[in-house]
Design a protein around this ligand. Structure first.
Ligand code: ADP
Length: 470
């Protein structure tokens, strides 16, 4: 994990050093043999046991050492120069590939060596041009998708308002008394119109999140008061199931934030918590300042979520499978919208849960609000797909510990690829993973970030086989 001055790495992990060493070895051995041969002949020619001969011998020794040193220096310089001319284009390719990896499609490799490396560089440049075009098309499609969503939601909302109004008037016998059958039928129609309205409203909200048109009105907000008001608002629903809502907060500051948006997220989490909790249970609402954020949590004693469902719960339209859940209703967009609101403020939202023991939803908002809201891709975004696949890999390799570790990494390091790789190395260092599993894990993570490696061919089940209990 540490980034230090590693002599071993510098000496053995660099092509330049390796090539120079080869040049030095080859360039030194042959001339040295020749010099030694000359030295032996010259020594045999010097008359023995005279004062002059001792001086001549010393001079010869010094001369030989000097020649060898000169040869060594020359071959090192020549070797270094030649190896640099070999490695320069390779380094250029490495640099451009790394830029491409970061999503810079305008990068071009600049190699003019008139050999295979130059051909490789041309091929690389053509590939980046193609990738750039694909990326441009993807962005246009993405924009078209967001615009389509926004237009369709607006258009759908227009007729639904008078439709609902007319239905309500019918139901209240405004146009004459209804028979029981008619009333029953109208109730069903009205309920579904309400549902349709909710879906359209949710779609509109999603389209606002995607187009960075989500409105935030920041004002001085007393968080504690805000929590109490929101909880008070939800108490009516909780009473239906005799559920107790308990608030516990640390000392909370008054901050600049959008209270309506925070309340919207809290209401959604509380609504879900009540929906999925049994009669006479307790829901705990907690908030505390953690570094530059306020961290909120809503803990229930409800049905909970499996590790797989925890992975998918913030995806659009996701609802846990099961007949029971169908009775709960909902659009499956509530948590997606919560995620959009929180991420627009550069906060995080996540869940920890054990099935049948309840779930705790957490979210953070910054003490200093983010006023420049950026678009967040919550519908079928590449980012959410990456997150989903990473979560799957983490739980597949590390079991239940994987979810905790994944959330920790996501919160602290925003799933930076480099950091993930270092993290996997640390698992190997701590003997949590065997080297083969760690390598395979790295390959999979690389694949998720768009790297094609041979790891795809590796049998997925080996993860589990090789896993050691941490
Ligand atoms: P919905 O409008 O359907 O409730 P959400 O996005 O709010 O949509 O929730 C998606 C799904 O996540 C729910 O349908 C439910 O299956 C699951 N879920 C959400 N909150 C909880 C919870 N507190 N306990 C168990 N499951 C939950």
């Amino acid at each position: 994990m540490k980034e230090g001055w590693d002599l071993k790495k510098i000496l053995f992990n660099r092509l330049e050093v390796k090539l120079t060493a080869v040049f030095l070895f080859v360039g030194l051995v042959a001339p040295t043999i020749g010099v030694c041969y000359f030295y032996l002949i010259a020594t045999s020619l010097i008359p023995q046991n005279t004062i002059v001969s001792a001086e001549q011998q010393m001079l010869l020794d010094e001369l030989v050492i000097l020649i060898i040193l000169l040869i060594a220096a020359n071959t090192t310089i020549l070797g270094f120069y030649l190896s640099r001319s070999f490695t320069r284009p390779i380094k250029e390719l490495l640099r451009t590939t790394q830029e491409l990896e970061k999503g810079n499609f305008s990068i071009r490799a600049n190699i003019h060596t008139n050999d295979e490396l130059a051909q490789l560089s041309d091929a690389f440049n053509r590939t980046t041009i193609t990738l750039g075009k694909i990326e441009e098309e993807r962005l246009q499609l993405d924009k078209a998708k967001s615009e389509f969503l926004s237009i369709v939601s607006h258009e759908l909302r227009t007729p639904i308002t008078p439709l609902k109004a007319q239905l309500q008037m019918l139901e209240q016998n405004y146009f004459g008394k209804l028979t029981d059958r008619q009333h029953e039928s109208l109730t069903v129609i009205l309920r579904n119109a309400e549902r349709l309205n909710k879906i359209i409203e949710d779609f509109l909200e999603v389209s606002r999140i995607e187009a960075a048109r989500l409105k935030f009105v920041f004002r001085t907000t007393n968080i504690e008061e805000l929590i109490r008001e929101t909880v008070h608002f939800m108490e009516g629903f909780a009473k239906e199931k005799n559920i107790t809502l308990e608030i516990s907060t640390g000392s909370l500051p008054t901050i600049e934030a959008d209270p309506d948006r925070i309340s919207q997220v809290l209401r959604n989490l509380l609504h879900n918590a009540i929906k999925f909790s049994p009669q006479d249970s307790i829901i705990q609402i907690h908030a505390a300042v953690k570094k530059e954020y306020v961290c909120f949590s809503v803990k229930d004693q409800g049905i909970g979520l499996t590790p797989d469902d925890q992975i998918r719960v913030f995806e659009p339209f996701f609802q846990v499978e099961g007949t029971l859940n169908r009775n709960y209703g909902g659009t499956g967009l509530g948590l997606t919208i919560c995620r959009g609101i929180i991420e627009a403020q550069k906060g995080k939202i996540w869940v920890e849960s054990k099935q049948k023991e309840g779930a705790t939803f957490f979210f953070t908002i910054p003490l200093v609000p983010v006023k420049e809201v950026e678009p967040i891709k919550v519908l079928f975004s590449a980012k959410s797909e990456i997150e989903r696949r990473l979560k799957e890999e983490f739980t597949s390799v590390l079991g239940p510990m994987g979810m905790v570790e994944y959330n920790e990494l996501k919160n602290k390091h925003a799933l930076d690829k480099q950091y993930l790789m270092e993290y996997i190395t640390s698992l190997e260092d701590q003997c949590i993973l065997r080297p083969a599993s760690a390598l395979e894990f790295k390959g999979k993570v690389g694949n998720i970030f768009g790297e094609e490696t041979n790891q795809e061919k590796v049998d997925e089940t080996t993860h589990r086989k090789e896993r050691r209990t941490p």
